[in-house]
Design a protein around this ligand. Structure first.
Ligand code: SAJ
Length: 434
């Protein structure tokens, strides 16, 4: 029996040995989901402390439904830290970081190092799925690297595909099962095998065969599209500020049009993905003749938002308003109801306020860190300490508690329009445009 037929049969019978590389935001839920579907799953992460915690049932991730998925399925997963133990792998799923560096260039060493290690150890061929978001053409280059290291032949002994994740941080577990999936093979046989594997655990109607380059581009297009559209809303807010009109009302009325759906302006765009994926898309044609402008301009518009919110604070003359010279910032994560602070615009605003010599006190029920500011232990402690309050992130639990507070003596800055009803209940309400 050929290795292709062997892997195909093992996938069909659900006895394939699946190794998930990277027990992080995507890898851990993915491994748990595969285990729940009855697959033989190994989870590999080179972070020994992380693996040890996972072996003790500690996930370090706050995602709805993850705890119960973990308590039922972590015991079913073989957790390892070394590549020595993966020689029996039939399917390798790489959920490794693909960040950008300070010059906005893609950092692919995590994937390259892992593929090189895999190539050195896997004497029998396998199906390799790259779930990371990567510049277009990366999966093909990783397949070539694997062939060089393993001396195996693509299409004969091993198969490669790009199968990106689209789960929304904060809804990972729910979306794992319901999101459409792409099976982007570097060869047609790779596409077929990847499609067969994904269809063995997901609803086959949600699995879409394509090429690796199209899959890589589609994933980058999703997030770049969203980033550009948020930038449009943010630029519209800056225009409305100049005009002295409420951008929220403008958007609300514009969106009445049947084919208009302007997104929400705010303090900026954070998270692990949107801040980097536009750069990865543009970097995909770095040697090309065409130089994209819109996507990179949108990145600049969104990156400027924390400084713009700061300028709204600066317009306040704390002395004239005889206000305490301390600013309270509520919410530090990158979006509501998550604890993730990666690329958080609210954290960027803390740094800007401190750099301007202002005294800052912060409170976020999801985030322990203080980022160099004074950290309040409670919402009340922050409200007692200051009269200028910025709601950087409108966590549901913060909004719910604030509604009950007497904010009549507060200057309330609400860049995300989280609490417009406070307009008549505070000393001064400052939105994003009015
Ligand atoms: N944001 C706005 N205004 C909006 C929408 C978002 O300011 O109208 C801000 C958020 O506050 C946040 C940032 O943008 O700071 C990103 O938020 P998000 O919810 O759009 O994105 P993520 O990073 O949590 O998840 C995105 C999702 N991609 C799309 O919605 C196209 C998710 O589906 C992806 O799986 C994820 O990126 C990823 O991992 O790629």
């Amino acid at each position: 029996m050929s290795r292709l037929s062997e892997i195909q049969e093992r996938i069909d019978k659900k006895i394939a040995n699946v190794v998930v590389f990277g027990m992080g935001y995507i890898g851990l839920p993915t491994a748990l989901f595969y285990a729940e579907k009855g697959l033989n799953v190994t989870g590999l992460d080179t972070n020994a402390d992380l693996v040890s915690d996972l072996k003790n049932g500690i996930t370090h991730m706050e995602e709805e439904g993850l705890d119960s998925l973990a308590s039922q399925n972590l015991p079913r997963i073989r957790l390892i830290t070394s590549y020595e133990e993966i020689e029996k792998a039939d399917v390798c799923v790489l959920c490794l970081p693909s960040p950008i560096d300070k010059e906005k260039k893609p950092v692919l060493r995590f994937l390259e190092n892992s593929i090189a290690e895999l190539g050195r150890r896997l004497k029998k061929g396998c199906l390799v799925l790259i779930e990371s978001t990567v510049p277009v053409g990366t999966t093909e280059r990783l397949a070539t690297l694997f062939a060089e290291e393993s001396r195996l032949k693509l299409g004969n002994d091993f198969w490669f595909a790009h199968c990106p994740e689209r789960v929304l941080p904060g809804k990972v577990v729910a979306e794992l099962e319901t999101n459409h999936r792409l099976a982007g093979g570097v060869t047609s046989q790779s596409t077929k095998l990847a499609t067969a594997f994904l269809s063995s655990v997901f609803n086959a109607e949600l699995v879409h065969p394509t090429s690796a380059r199209v899959s890589e581009a589609a994933k980058l297009a999703e997030n770049s599209y969203r980033d550009v559209n948020v930038a449009f809303a943010n630029e519209l807010a800056r225009i409305c500020a100049e005009l002295g009109i409420d951008v929220t009302e403008v958007i609300q009325l514009a969106n009445l049009h049947p084919r208009v759906d302007i997104l929400r302006p705010g303090i900026g765009v954070g998270g692990y993905c949107l801040p980097k994926d536009g750069w990865l898309l543009v970097q995909s044609i770095k040697d090309g003749t065409f130089v994209p402008r819109l996507i990179t301009a949108a990145r600049s518009v969104n990156d400027e938002m924390p400084a713009y919110v700061f300028s709204r604070v600066q317009e306040l003359d704390l002395e004239a308003l005889s206000l305490k010279p301390i600013v309270g910032l509520l919410g530090l994560s990158f979006k509501p109801n998550v604890s993730d602070t990666r690329n958080s615009p609210s954290v960027q605003l803390v740094h800007i306020l401190l750099a301007a010599g202002m005294e800052v006190i912060v409170f976020d029920p999801y985030v322990e860190r203080d980022y160099g500011a004074k950290r309040a232990e409670s919402l009340d402690e922050l409200l007692d300490a200051c009269e200028v309050v910025i709601l950087g992130v409108g966590h549901d639990m913060l909004v719910r508690d604030l509604v009950e507070k007497d904010l009549s003596q507060k200057v309330f800055i609400d860049p995300n329009n989280s609490m417009p009803d406070l307009k008549n209940r505070v000393k001064k309400y400052i939105g994003l445009s009015i």
